[in-house]
Design a protein. Structure first.
Lengths: 417, 373
């Protein structure tokens, strides 16, 4: 389920392993893995003038392919941290051919031997939705091309600073406060709102799918489970969203649902950001339901008309009444009164009464104190990963730190009149 | 970004349907012409190569390079008679009709059929029937649409339900299809727009919201317009080029306009009350809708093919058989060869390594040695 496009940098020695030979620039492009002699520099029209050896579609693909190049670092997955890594894709660091400093992540979709139905659904979903969604808080898909062996390559923006899960877990190295949480929640809220505004359900929101860009911006990633809103008469699977972030309606087997499923996940990410540990972490689905009953309250016909009709509705006895604000303030008080209101709105049991993404963004919490932290002042992951981040920043042209900025400015010929 | 700051139009303009798959009639024709010309040249080259190879190995049983010797022998001597742009378009439309029928046979939902047909139309903007046989590709398109529209169908079951089709045949052109679609799979249909407009019209008819004023039997007229418009959306909108030229809401409105012009004029009037400020935009809108409606009516739903048209189509199908690119007929084998690689892979890996080294080196040169911390 968790086929994350992990953009976490691997060990540093991969970065440095490739600095020996010197070859001239002109050769760089001629050495491109071009197969059938299409000139990547030439426009479609220009190459058409010559002997047409390729379909137009093939030519367009060649053009995309030659814009990007896989670079020296195969990004490694953090050992043992994720489920199902690598079954769906490998991620490589790449850069724009014309500008080695413009880093990208190239996600190469694997052909799965076990899947005999052609291009796998997770790859299709990710491609379909990322092609349409363009927003600062959603990972951007810059390009797609196929390599010669017909593997698909997704060129994604490079997000070097890890994910929210890493920040949450590093209780020793990373300290943050209410204003930081508000900033992260704002970015997450806007990303989710944009998905819903475009009739897309993400269906796998959790801290390790919230990646952090070099400038601190949080980006919603991994659309491998996403789908468009269904028509009222069409059913959907309830087997989505990682268990700890899965809302009660899905645990009860609902086949018709809305953006409210994502909002529940957002609420649990919010709770986790505050207490720095997963708030409702069940071992099984049954356990998850019983933990929800304890933490939030038992779903019943009183608070959620119709819930008992859901196919897998069972709740443990005795019922727990729905928790009031005092209960939340005791645990999540650092978010402030209005912050707690937002959290409670996201964790309403009845999906029809749950706050919507739009309502979240319109909430007065955002304008109350403390103001959200500015991106450049947000805490970052310390230790090893940050160090690799530093290393990356020192690579030519990345404007992140001061030193890099100075060097780049000197060489910014494009800016000269 | 404040939630209210993005209009529906702005959102549509971020879609791939607008960015990659919307054309003026002139630019669309240009693209199709280029595609057709390229393909015809390739067919002639391939036939020439095949004939040369056959001549060289005459009496020998060896296979023609990547091609199908039976197909080559089907190509008559002399210059190959290739399809024109118009002929290709007629064939594609014909196979789009067949896709709808196959979809009915397999009982897939309307949006799966509609998406499959748009995939075929988009694919043949940059690919030719002479290169890739639409009869095969349509099965792949329909199967792929079941995946992109979340209506999963097991491949084996899917293949079984179609006569004389093997699963690998369907998968063999899946990659080609996705490439031809430029890896964009989302298709925006006008169906939901129609339901929305009809709900609003019904509310107006029931007096729940103010709107078109007095109109006798409005309730019944809305129902009838709904049914008729839906027929246009399910057939004419898919088979004509309207998706390439108009937005889903324009297509929807044009289909309603065909169904009941008076009703829809009143409806539009309630959205854009007659005034000097609205005059220009109203005229522009009506002009677009009328042109779209005209295009839709060129293939009205339920219209039977005349015997002349049928004759023409079977002649075209025959002509296509004689100008197929012999190197692209056995897609299953071609596909297998691609996937398994032909010894090229190792070369590519070496090349890539070289490139990586170069680019890293280049970075070093430009920016000097790594600065010590």
């Amino acid at each position: 389920m968790a086929n994350s496009p992990l953009l976490v940098p691997g060990p540093t020695d991969h970065l440095k392993a490739t600095t020996s030979k010197s070859i001239s620039k002109s050769k760089l492009s001629s050495a491109a893995p071009s197969s059938k002699g299409a000139n990547p520099e030439a426009s479609t029209k220009a190459s058409n003038a010559h002997a047409p050896v390729q379909d137009m579609a093939e030519q367009m693909n060649e053009e995309e392919k030659h814009k990007y190049k896989k670079a020296d670092l195969e990004i490694l997955y953090c050992a043992g941290k994720k489920l199902g890594e690598g079954t769906y894709a490998n991620v490589y660091l790449g850069h724009l051919v014309t500008s080695p400093s413009t880093l990208v992540a190239i996600k190469k979709i694997k052909i799965q031997a076990a899947y005999t139905e052609g291009l796998a659904p997770d790859a299709i979903r990710e491609l379909k939705h990322l092609q349409e969604l363009s927003h600062p808080n959603i990972i951007s898909l810059l390009s797609v091309f196929s390599s010669k062996d017909q593997n698909l390559n997704l060129v994604l923006e490079y997000l070097p600073l890890g994910d929210l899960e890493m920040l949450i877990k590093d209780t020793e190295g990373v300290r943050y406060g209410a204003a930081d949480v508000k900033a992260w929640m704002g970015m997450l809220g806007r990303g989710v709102w944009w998905c819903h505004e475009n009739f897309v359900l993400h269906r796998d929101i959790k801290p390790n799918n919230l990646l952090i860009a070099a400038d601190g911006e949080v980006k919603l990633a991994d659309f491998g489970l996403a789908r468009s809103f269904s028509d009222p008469y069409r059913i959907m699977t309830s087997n989505v969203i990682t268990r700890w972030y899965r809302p009660p309606e899905l645990l009860f087997g609902a086949k018709h649902y809305s953006g409210a499923v994502d909002i529940w996940s957002v609420g649990l990410v919010f709770a986790e950001l505050i207490i720095r540990t997963p708030y409702i972490a069940g071992d099984t689905e049954v356990h998850q339901i019983s933990l929800i009953c304890q933490a939030i309250g038992t779903p019943s016909e009183d608070v959620w008309p119709g819930v008992s009709k859901l196919p897998e509705y069972t709740v443990p006895e005795p019922a727990t009444p729905v928790r009031g604000k005092d209960h939340y303030l005791a645990t999540f008080g650092t978010a402030g009164h209005e912050g707690v209101d937002v959290l409670m709105g996201m964790l309403v049991l009845d999906p029809r009464k749950r706050i919507t993404a739009r309502e979240v963004l319109e909430h007065s919490w955002w304008s109350s104190d403390p103001k959200p932290t500015k991106n450049e002042d947000l805490p970052r992951k310390g230790g090893g990963v940050a160090k690799i981040g530093e290393d990356l920043k020192r690579r030519p042209g990345v404007l992140e730190d001061e030193r890099g900025a100075k060097v780049s400015r000197k060489l910014d010929f494009g800016g000269m009149k | 970004m404040a939630p209210s700051s993005v209009s529906e139009d702005e959102r549509y303009r971020t879609s791939t349907q607008y960015r990659l798959w919307s054309f003026t009639p002139t630019s669309l024709l240009e693209l199709r012409t280029t595609t057709n010309r390229n393909a015809a040249n390739r067919v002639r080259d391939a036939v020439r190569r095949a004939r040369e190879a056959r001549a060289a190995s005459s009496g020998n049983t060896s296979e023609v390079d990547g091609g199908d010797s039976r197909a080559v022998s089907a190509v008559p001597e002399g210059e190959v008679d290739c399809l024109s742009v118009e002929e290709e378009l007629k064939l594609v439309t014909h196979f789009c009709r067949q896709t709808l029928q196959l979809g009915d046979h397999l009982q897939v939902p309307t949006d799966v059929k509609a998406t499959a047909v748009q995939y075929i139309k988009r694919f043949y903007v940059t690919n030719s029937c002479m290169t890739y046989d639409p009869k095969t590709l349509l099965k792949t398109a329909l199967f792929f649409a079941t995946k992109t529209e979340n209506h999963y169908f097991r491949l084996t079951k899917f293949a079984e339900a179609i006569t004389a089709t093997k699963p690998e045949e369907i998968l063999a052109s899946e990659f080609l299809l996705t490439q031809g679609l430029r890896f964009t799979f989302d298709v925006r249909h006008p169906f939901r727009a129609l339901e929305g407009a009809v709900m609003e019209l019904q509310a107006m008819a029931n007096g729940q919201i103010p709107g078109v004023g007095e109109l006798r039997g409005m309730d019944r007229r809305v129902k009838e317009a709904h049914g008729k418009a839906r027929e246009y959306l399910k057939t004419s909108a898919l088979l004509t080029d309207v998706y390439f030229h108009y937005t889903p809401s324009q297509i929807m409105m044009a289909s309603l306009l065909i169904a009941d012009r008076q009703l829809i004029s009143l409806y539009l009037g309630s959205k854009l009350p007659p005034s000097s400020a609205n005059a220009a935009i109203s005229a522009k809108l009506m002009d677009a809708l009328d042109r779209c409606a005209e295009m839709l009516q060129s293939m009205a739903p339920g219209r039977e093919q005349s015997s002349e048209e049928k004759k023409e189509l079977s002649a075209l199908a025959k002509k296509l058989r004689k100008c197929r690119n012999p190197e692209k007929i056995d897609l299953v084998s071609l596909q297998r060869a691609k996937r398994e690689g032909d010894g090229e892979d190792e070369k590519i890996v070496k090349k890539r390594k070289l490139e990586r080294e170069q680019s890293a080196k280049e970075g070093e040169d430009l920016f000097g040695p790594t600065i010590q911390k």
